[in-house]
Design a protein around this ligand. Structure first.
Ligand code: ATP
Ligand code: MG
Length: 656
């Protein structure tokens, strides 16, 4: 065991603190004093704080006169009588000062590179917006985007926003059935897609899935606009299908933005469904854009010369807020990459970072753990000296993975921002401010200015003390909050507000707040186990397992137990080969003892099952819902269409 591994501790006993480097603090947008001033202003006047920011950071066509309307709570509105356009904020307002600056650096999996300045992106977006208009799309119409991770996907988002159409992106990895459900739920008129995309050396046949989805249902769809990306042969239905290259290039490169009310829906985004039937989360234009814009500045310390690479697909909220809207509203240069991180080899991410001069790198714990498994030699082959900030989002990051990120990629000096937020929150809510807040591995630290987060107990009482655990709630409305669930406002109220009498937004995550007021997300509420009357976070047991040198990844769920109420069931992925027989038994015993030492005897898993992989959603999250069924020995009835590796289910069930 290396020294580093020996010092890794389980989450709640993690005591290491990393202060921002002096060099970073010197040129940071926010240092500790400036951050304290923002917090003080927000605490003094929550509404006034957001009013000032909205006036300063957003270009309004008609200024708003009223900030927050809470008369219909929990359906809040912000800046409701103001008019703006999101695309004008992302593009037009930069043309005078940044017209020749790169907006997008794109690289395809095969190595093809495309560069777009703000001027060029603006022209492409206008042409596409005119093309959408020519197909009869107008303000308020829903447009589904089902595309690979290419620059044209961002153009499609911007073009919709420009004419006031509401985009709903369906991740390109989703099946035809998932696509159909989402088209039908949104009642979309137009589908923008591509023949396919390149991924892991293969072609993702998007058009085939589209044809299958549209073969039944989807009656609202009038046209399908198809980008030629891969060039492979695809089905084409005359009258319905239109090639992008036949329609878009001939359009005018000028298109006046459609000025919309601040509350006009900008997009719908269906949550990933890792906990149930997908919900069409509805975001508005003004408040959402403000949240994405200011959080990009605060959390990523965006500067004029940054190249910002958020690796998330545009099919996830992270891709909306931190590939498209946040960075572009700030006039930044974004990096987009189409393919898999291991093509042609495990150094691809680092090669891209070197060649495009990436300065800010934002990814998910699942990617960090995967890159860690590939070894330290790959990043060491490349010059990563331009990197100055690292970020993480999507799941709690295990201290072990955090330390690897810090040491190997961050060269022990770059700040790491572990950002907690949700599709529903629109923008980052809890995160370190890199030039101001010391970090602790595994903690997302403290809420951003203007974000009122608390911990409540089971009866909904706010716990003011520190060193406590409970439900994570937001006690005051914030501009980028979801407005409703598309077509089902009752479900919105019930899901997010009902639990504690509509008083707070209930995030659905459980958290621990330590003695310094730092937040540690312990996972979703239903992931908390109750073993013999003691509440245990699955995250904590997983981190203890991962801190053992033989373990690469672990997922823990509860299984009903006659005596204890629940027992701990662990699925473990080893660093090398999957152990079997006596070897597996020996390691299982060792891991039980290890968890006993790290957390306590109570947390020792009753069952440990070794597998080659875990079931993940396409966004890389462990599907614990599925693992719970497996642990109980139930038949799998869940929709596994979003699984990246469906074949793994049999192995996890102990049948392979
Ligand atoms: P669904 O709601 O359909 O089950 P989802 O919750 O996975 O899907 P997202 O909105 O993408 O969809 O993810 C938000 C959730 O991800 C949070 O509620 C939290 O559980 C987890 N999460 C995100 N960022 C972090 C983080 N930095 N630390 C810990 N957990 C995080
Ligand atoms: Mg969720």
């Amino acid at each position: 065991m290396s020294d580093k591994q020996q010092t890794i501790q389980s989450v709640l006993s993690e005591k290491r603190v990393f202060a921002p480097s002096e060099q970073f603090v010197r040129s940071a947008r926010l240092n500790a004093d400036k951050l304290a001033a923002l917090h003080a202003a927000a605490a003094k006047d929550h509404v006034g704080f957001w009013t000032d920011l909205a006036r300063k950071e957003i270009s309004w066509q008609t200024p708003f006169t009223k900030t927050l309307d809470d008369s219909q709570a929990p359906n809040y509105t912000w800046f409701a009588d103001g008019k703006l356009n999101a695309s004008a904020n992302c593009l037009d307002r930069h043309l005078a000062t940044r017209g020749n600056k790169l907006a997008i650096r794109f690289e395809g999996e095969k190595g093809d590179v495309q560069l777009y300045t703000y001027q060029q992106l603006h022209a492409e977006v206008c042409k596409l917006a005119n093309a959408l208009k020519s197909l009869g799309i107008t303000k308020g119409d829903r447009v589904v985007i089902y595309m690979p991770m290419v620059a044209e996907a961002v153009m499609a988002m911007q073009a919709c926003a420009r004419i006031g159409a509401v985009h709903s992106i369906v991740f390109g990895g989703f099946s035809a059935g998932s696509l159909r459900d989402r088209i039908d739920d949104a009642g979309a008129k137009l589908l923008i897609t591509a023949d396919g995309g390149h991924r892991a050396g293969n072609i993702v046949d998007l058009k085939k899935a589209v044809d299958e989805a549209l073969s039944e249902g989807c009656k609202s769809i009038g046209n399908v606009l198809v980008l030629r990306r891969t060039g492979h042969k695809v089905g084409f239905q005359e009258g319905r299908d239109i090639w992008w290259h036949d329609l878009v290039p001939k359009q005018s490169d000028r298109c006046e933005p459609e000025w919309v009310d601040a509350e006009h829906p900008l997009f719908l985004l269906y949550t990933s469904g890792s906990t149930g039937k997908p919900k069409g989360i509805q975001h508005c234009t003004g408040g959402y854009l403000l949240g994405a814009t200011v959080s990009s500045q605060w959390v990523f310390d965006l500067r004029e010369d940054d190249v910002f690479w958020c690796t998330a697909d545009i099919g996830w909220i992270t891709g909306h807020s931190y590939v498209c809207y946040g960075p572009l509203a700030n006039g930044a240069t974004i990096m987009m990459y189409e393919g898999a991180p291991t093509v042609p080899d495990a150094g691809r991410f680092w090669k891209i970072a070197q060649e495009h001069g990436v300065t800010i790198f934002y990814t998910a714990p699942t990617a960090i753990r995967a890159l860690m498994k590939l070894g330290d030699d790959w990043p060491k082959k490349y010059d990563l000296s331009k990197l100055r900030l690292l970020g993480s989002v999507g799941e709690p990051i295990n201290p072990e993975a955090w330390m690897w990120y810090h040491t190997v990629i961050g060269q022990e000096k770059l700040p790491i921002v572990d950002t907690w937020w949700q599709t529903e929150t629109g923008a980052i809510m809890i995160s370190p401010i890199p030039g101001a807040v010391p970090t602790k591995p595994g903690s997302c630290t403290k809420p951003l200015p203007g974000i009122a987060v608390e911990v409540v107990d089971e009866s909904g009482e706010i716990i003011k003390d520190n060193d406590v655990g409970g439900y994570l709630v937001v006690t005051k409305p914030w501009p980028s909050m979801l407005r409703t669930i598309w077509g089902d406002n009752d479900r919105y109220i019930k899901t997010y507000w009902g639990q504690f009498g509509n008083k707070y937004y209930v995030a659905g995550d459980s958290t621990h707040r330590d003695a310094d007021g730092y937040y540690w997300i312990m996972g979703r509420i239903d992931d908390v186990l109750n073993v013999s009357g003691h509440r245990l976070g699955t995250m904590e047991i997983e981190s203890a397992l991962v801190s053992h040198p033989a373990v690469a990844e672990a997922a823990v769920v509860g299984r009903p137990h006659e005596v204890k109420g629940e027992s701990v069931f662990a699925f473990v992925i080893c660093r090398g080969e999957r152990p079997i027989g006596a070897e597996a038994e020996k390691l299982a015993k060792e891991l039980r003892d290890h968890v006993g030492r790290e957390i306590g005897a109570l947390a020792k898993p009753d069952d440990i099952r070794f597998a080659e992989n875990l079931p993940k959603t396409r966004s890389g999250k462990i599907m614990r819902r599925l693992l719970r069924s497996i642990a109980k020995g139930e038949a799998i009835t869940q929709d596994v269409s979003t699984l990246e590796n469906p074949a793994i289910v049999a192995q996890l069930a102990g049948k392979a």
